[in-house]
Design a protein around this ligand. Sequence first.
Ligand code: FMN
Length: 218
Amino acid sequence: MMTLDDAVIARHTVKAFEPGQTVEQDKIETLLNVLQNSPSSVNSQPWHFVVASTPEGRAAMAKAATAAFSYNEPKILNASHVIALCMRSDLDEQHLEKVLEQEQKDGRFIAEGAREGQDKSRRAYVDMHRYELRDIPQWMEKQVYLALGGLLLGSAMLGIDATPMEGFDQRALDQSLGLREKGLTSVVLVSLGFRSEKDFNAALPKSRLPRNEIFTFI
Ligand SMILES: Cc1cc2nc3c(=O)[nH]c(=O)nc-3n(C[C@H](O)[C@H](O)[C@H](O)COP(=O)(O)O)c2cc1C
């Protein structure tokens, strides 16, 4: 595996994939592990991930890359795997109960009152976001972007080429994957695979604002 420093420098957004190549399943398993174990505010885990690894699956994702987003279509069709990172449309009672039950099952509640305490503090945050900040969807979406960060860094560490994409028709993807009837909506896509010779981004230098612009040391 690459060192973290190497991976950070080596990774770039791949603009063209070589079709017909498949990322090894053990690496995919590692990335699923990264997604499953991604941190989230009050352990809310307000996400769902759809993983396409077949031509049919990729075609279902590509239905969202039309019109203004058609430039992303080949990055979906020629990838090995495409992951749709989705968020819940609401942080409802059922989901809060599910998370609490899982924490119980996983052995998180040892001290007396731990379960009630956890439930209460999580609900306090949920209520704050629902009633005061009124930003439940934005709050959930932030958690999904944390998972995106882990996924991109994890892919880089494993030497897997990746493309994050916000450039797709969310409504079309939700429809194609049947997300809304499940209380979900799509946020961002990530294609994984092998860069092709047409990946012009591989030859270009990275561009980032200088350190003196982005860091303050006190
Ligand atoms: C959330 C997000 C959405 C992006 N959407 C697209 C996209 O739809 N299509 C694309 O080709 N690149 C997309 N990019 C790639 C960015 O342009 C790229 O990350 C940025 O220019 C930095 O370059 P690098 O990733 O090669 O280091 C996206 C990146 C992020 C993080």
